[in-house]
Design a protein around this ligand. Structure first.
Ligand code: NAG
Ligand code: NAG
Length: 332
C-alpha cells in the first residue's frame, strides 16, 4: 500500500519534471516568437552579438594602465574588441571619470564607452543612491528632473566637450556609421546622458545605447523624453543586481519618483535544481516592467560586477574588500 503510494508520488514527481521541461521548451519557443515580433519595431531590437561586443568595451573602459590603454594592449582589450581603433581616452582626474572613443569596424560603429565608479567610493555611492533626490531640471524640457550628480559628471566635466569633438571628427571619417554608447554602473548613467546629448544637441542621427547595470537617472517625464529621443536603447540588468533598483522607484508618487528608461533586457537564471541556465528576457516598453529585474530583490553586488560572462570593475581592487562588503549588504 505504502509502496504503491510512493510509486504514485514518484510518478507524480516525474510528471511534474516533464511538465516543467516541456514548459521550458515552449517558453523558449515563445520567447523567440516574442523576439520576432519585437524586431519588427526597429527601435526595440535586442542584438545579443552586439551586446557581447559592447560589454567588452564597458569592461576595457575601467583600465587604469594608461599606456596599455592607449596602445590597446590592455588585457581586456583583446578578443572581440581586438581590432578597435582607439581615437581618444578622456580622463577627468578630479572626478575619477574615464571614457574611450574609437572605431569598431566589426560592429561597425563609432564606440563611446564610460567607466563606472571607483571601488573605493562604491559603498558611499551605494548609500547615497538610496536617498538621492531628483535635484536638477533637465534643460529645456518642462518638468523633466534628473540626478544632478550623473548629469554633471557628463555635462559639467572635461568629458562632454572632448567626447563630442571626437565623435564628430570620427563621423567625418566614417560617414553613415552608427554611434554606439555604452557603460557599466554609473558609466551607464553617463552613457545615457551622452547619447541624449549627441541626438538632441548635435543632431547625430543614428545613436544606439547598450548599458549594463545602470541606476535610474531621472523622473517619468525625463524618461519618456529620453525614450522618444534615443529609442535604440537597451538597458541590460542581471539577476539581483542592486544598482538598477536605485534610486528607488515608487509607483504611487509619479511626480516625485525616479523612473527607468526603456528598454530593459533582463539576464536571469532559470533554476530547476538539476537544470540551471542563464537566459534573457526582452522587457516591455515602459522601462519599469514588473516581470523583469523588478520582480526580484536587488540585493546582489556580485550580479552587478558580471554581465554576459564579463567582469566589470576596476582591475587593481582587492577581492576581499568586495566580498566583505557584499556580505554586509546582504545582511541588511
Ligand atoms: C547584430 O550585431 C552584429 C554586430 O554588430 C551585426 O553584425 C549584426 O548584423 C546585427 N544583427 C542584426 C539583426 O541587426
Ligand atoms: C558646474 O560646476 C561648477 C564648478 O564645480 C558649479 O559651480 C556649477 O554649479 C556646475 N553646474 C552644473 C549645471 O552642475
Amino acid at each position: 500500500m505504502f509502496s504503491q503510494l510512493n510509486l504514485q508520488v514518484d510518478m507524480a514527481t516525474k510528471w511534474i519534471f516533464w511538465v516543467v521541461i516541456v514548459g521550458v521548451l515552449f517558453g523558449l519557443a515563445s520567447t523567440q516568437d516574442f523576439n520576432a515580433i519585437i524586431t519588427k519595431k526597429p527601435e526595440a531590437v535586442y542584438n545579443h552579438t552586439a551586446a557581447l561586443i559592447l560589454v567588452k568595451f564597458a569592461s576595457a573602459a575601467y583600465t587604469d594602465d594608461q599606456a596599455a590603454l592607449q596602445a590597446w594592449t590592455c588585457h581586456r582589450c583583446g578578443g572581440l574588441i581586438q581590432g578597435f581603433q582607439l581615437s581618444e581616452v578622456i580622463v577627468d582626474v578630479p572626478n575619477s571619470l574615464q571614457a574611450i572613443v574609437g572605431i569598431a569596424e566589426n560592429l561597425p560603429a563609432i564606440v563611446v564607452a564610460f567607466r563606472g565608479t571607483q571601488e573605493t567610493s562604491f559603498q558611499n555611492w551605494l548609500a547615497d543612491l538610496y536617498f538621492t533626490q531628483l535635484d536638477f531640471n533637465y534643460p529645456s524640457v518642462k518638468d523633466a528632473m534628473v540626478h544632478h550628480g550623473f548629469y554633471s559628471a557628463y555635462h559639467n566635466t572635461t568629458l562632454q566637450p572632448h567626447i563630442v569633438a571626437a565623435v564628430q571628427s570620427l563621423l567625418q571619417q566614417r560617414n553613415g556609421f552608427s554611434v554606439m554608447v555604452t557603460g557599466h554602473s554609473m558609466g551607464g548613467a553617463l552613457a545615457s546622458f551622452c547619447a541624449l546629448d549627441l541626438v538632441v544637441n548635435y543632431n547625430i542621427q543614428d545613436v544606439q545605447v547598450v548599458t549594463f547595470g545602470q541606476p535610474r537617472i531621472g523622473n517619468p517625464i525625463f524618461a519618456s523624453f529620453y525614450d522618444s529621443s534615443v529609442p535604440k536603447t537597451i538597458r541590460m540588468t542581471h539577476g539581483h543586481d542592486i544598482i538598477p533598483h536605485l534610486p528607488p522607484y515608487y509607483t504611487i508618487l509619479e511626480e516625485r519618483t525616479y523612473h527607468h528608461v526603456a528598454r530593459e533586457v533582463w539576464i536571469y537564471t532559470v533554476d530547476f535544481g538539476i537544470l540551471t541556465y542563464e537566459t534573457t528576457r526582452v522587457c516591455d516598453e515602459t522601462g519599469e516592467d514588473p516581470t523583469c529585474s523588478r520582480s526580484v530583490f536587488g540585493d546582489s553586488i556580485s550580479d552587478h560586477l558580471m554581465y554576459l560572462g564579463t567582469v566589470l570593475r576596476t582591475e587593481h581592487s582587492s577581492d576581499s574588500g568586495w566580498w566583505l562588503s557584499e556580505r554586509q549588504y546582504n545582511s541588511l
